[in-house]
Design a protein around this ligand. Structure first.
Ligand code: GLP
Length: 240
């Protein structure tokens, strides 16, 4: 585990962008695992800027998003993670939309318990080269809430009250926040060849400390599933 400290989210995100751009240069067919939430917004801004400056193409890049809401109200479709990715990254780069993947279409009405086909598709694409991760205040990664199995695969998740509350800032009312999502599992994420976890702001301190101090997996802190990943870089502005 490598921990890189920066004074601000801006500086930390710039570093993360540099890592991704360098890897894209050496592998134009890179498979990226992408995260949503407020954390990676600045990273995506830099990826757009830096790739334009260097005239880099995303034409052959493949992406897999971590998660997607289930049961969004029609009026809240702009809160879907698909919309987020379009508006924060995809529409500014030349990625082929057919190469971008989400575990579920947020408009799907037929909801299943398991989405093994997503894990299989990731595997068929050669696995995720770089997975970008944020972290929830309660230590969730993607939407793997406390209680998630370390070997879990892509599946339907019931969101906890604390996650619903944290995400209610994006909705008119807390009752509009979806109660469920489909998320890559902890096992799926752990298979990524390289992971960059971004954690900015004091609210993330406890979760981050739990991960950094972990000697084994603690089912109450999903982030600790990464404790022995062999290529994990944490980028943070939290002084530890
Ligand atoms: C959401 C997402 C996670 C994200 C986390 C933190 O629930 N599913 O992928 O890492 O919350 O969000 P933020 O970056 O806005 O703090």
């Amino acid at each position: 585990m490598k921990i890189l400290y920066y004074n601000s989210k801006e500086e930390g995100s710039k570093k993360a962008s540099n890592i991704i751009i360098d890897n894209l240069k050496s592998n134009p067919k890179i498979v990226l695992g992408l995260a949503t939430g407020s954390t990676p917004e600045t990273l995506y801004k830099y990826i757009i800027e830096d790739s334009q400056k260097e005239n880099l193409s995303f034409k052959n890049v493949v992406s897999f998003n971590l998660d997607e809401y289930v049961g969004l109200n029609e009026s809240d479709e702009d809160q879907s993670y698909k919309f987020f990715m379009d508006n924060h990254l995809f529409k500014y780069i030349d990625i082929n939309k057919n190469n971008t993947h989400f575990p579920i279409d947020f408009r799907d009405k037929e909801i299943k318990e398991n989405y093994d086909e997503y894990d299989n598709l990731i595997k068929k694409s050669g696995g995720i080269d770089i997975q970008i991760l944020g972290i929830g205040n309660n230590g969730h990664i993607a939407f793997n809430e406390p209680g998630s199995d370390i070997n879990s695969k892509t599946r339907l998740i019931n969101l906890t009250e604390s996650t619903i509350k944290a995400n209610s800032r994006f909705f008119t009312s807390i009752s509009d926040v979806p109660k469920q999502a489909v998320s890559m599992g902890l096992g799926t994420i752990n298979k990524s060849k390289k992971i960059i976890l971004l954690a900015f702001g004091e609210a993330k301190r406890e979760a981050l400390e739990r991960l950094i101090d972990a000697k084994s997996f603690d089912i109450n802190w999903p982030c600790t599933s990464l404790f022995n990943h062999n290529d994990l870089t944490i980028i943070t502005d939290i002084k530890l």
